[in-house]
Unconditional design. Structure first.
Length: 156
């Protein structure tokens, strides 16, 4: 990544990597290169979902690396992902943004209390003695959703 984004600081590179290496981004790339046309499903799987397709993209990179070498794996990543990253890069780290905002404004760091329930995960975010609620299909999404809700409420 450093070679492609030499103008970015270390912190900006870290944030960019976090936005690139997400299930949603890898899914978009996989769809663009029609990776789903080359996946055979077992009897227990009815259709290819976002997680399966993004995992297959990562597995393809590993296969290229193992079957060939690092240079060819890097070429594949550059040609399929980095070449047009602005089209794919989507996810915002709302939890990170919220924590940064609190640090910037000398506020106490938000507390995340996440619990599993039958529908997925539910998170209570406590900030300035106020509780916000969010949910998601996994812990990360639940915390991301409640963080986004808080940022929108405080107009950021």
């Amino acid at each position: 990544m450093y070679e492609n984004f030499k103008n970015l600081s270390e912190g900006e590179l870290t944030k960019k990597r976090a936005r690139i290496v997400t299930q949603e981004t890898l899914y978009k790339v996989s769809k663009k290169i029609n990776l789903n046309d080359y996946i055979l499903l077992g009897k227990s799987i009815k259709s290819i979902n976002q997680k399966i397709l993004s995992d297959c993209y990562e597995s393809l990179i590993a296969a290229i690396l193992l079957d060939s070498n690092l240079i060819n794996a890097e070429k594949f990543i550059h040609q399929t992902l980095l070449h047009k990253i602005d089209l794919y890069e989507t996810e915002t780290n709302y939890k990170g943004k919220l924590i940064e905002l609190c640090e910037k404004n000398n506020l106490k760091k938000p507390a995340f209390i996440t619990k599993k329930d039958p529908e997925g995960f539910k998170t209570n975010l406590i900030l300035n003695q106020k509780t916000y609620k969010g949910k998601g299909k996994n812990k990360k999404l639940s915390e991301r959703n409640v963080s986004k809700k808080v940022l929108l409420e405080i107009n950021l």
